[in-house]
Write a protein that binds this ligand. Structure first.
Ligand code: ZN
Length: 255
């Protein structure tokens, strides 16, 4: 079986000491493709270098995260737009809205989100969207300023997921789908057209069962796809292949 990790922060601090071993374990687990999500310009440049060196294995994404709303400047947006235009970058993100951490900055977050969507449109790249406790505002913005993309670590309702799929958005599920109390993620997994499901770790965060509570890494993707298969009542092989093919379509790659 072959797997995709559509959202991995593998260049973050947490992987500095054993980066090669992490990649080795991913390979052994069959995780053949990873989208490296970055939140700082230097990190983005390292991800683009990796993607350029091994484009079958890595793709790079960069965007200004909503949690960084208090430090964003016109200069940082200008630099973001330059990186977005780099041909070695595949996605703009993660971008979006986070009302869990920065609710009082909602207006500024919305403005930053829309500006980065417009940059994505100009450079013709899909967006990787972060939305936390901001379901309606995120949906309204993506409906009005529509560009292709994926809702990462989706935690909204099955109804909302269906609305996104109608607009052509992919839905990425991670560790939460394996948690006993995560009703929403399982309902979403069961409810939407399976052609729009993607798998992700969001590592180093959000480890799935049975390794919940430890540092997450791309090699944990099979735990997530296994639960997706159970929820959809298909074989693990069929689920893995479906998600892999979705990933190929979404990532714009052909074999
Ligand atoms: Zn992330």
């Amino acid at each position: 079986m072959r797997y995709l990790d559509s959202h991995a922060h593998i260049l973050s601090e947490e992987f500095r000491d054993d980066f090669d071993a992490v990649l080795q374990r991913a390979e052994e687990a069959g995780v053949e493709r990873m989208v490296i999500i970055t939140t700082q310009p230097d990190e983005a440049r390292r991800a683009m270098a990796l993607a350029a060196a091994d484009p079958r294995r890595f793709q790079a994404a960069y965007g200004i995260h909503p949690e960084d709303i208090r430090t964003v400047t016109e200069d940082s947006l200008k630099e973001m737009a330059e990186i977005a235009a780099d041909p070695r970058l595949s996605f703009v993100g993660e971008i979006g809205l986070d009302y869990h951490w920065e609710k009082e900055m909602a207006a500024a977050q919305k403005e930053l989100f829309i500006r980065q969507i417009e940059i994505a449109r100009q450079v013709g790249k899909p967006v990787m969207v972060h939305s936390r406790d901001a379901h309606q505002d995120t949906f309204d913005i993506l409906k009005e300023h529509h560009v292709p993309g994926v809702l990462h670590c989706f935690s909204g309702s099955a109804e909302l997921a269906r609305e996104y799929v109608k607009l052509g958005y992919y839905i990425a599920l991670g560790g939460a789908v394996t948690f006993k109390n995560a009703r929403h993620a399982k309902e979403v997994c069961a409810a939407i057209d399976p052609a729009y499901l993607l798998s992700e770790t969001d590592c180093p965060y959000m480890s799935p069962e049975p390794v919940r509570g430890t540092r997450n890494e791309p090699a944990n993707i099979p735990h997530i796809v296994r639960v997706m298969a159970q929820v959809r009542q298909v074989s693990e092989e069929a689920m893995a292949e479906q998600v892999w093919q979705n990933g190929q379509r979404f990532l714009g790659v052909t074999e």
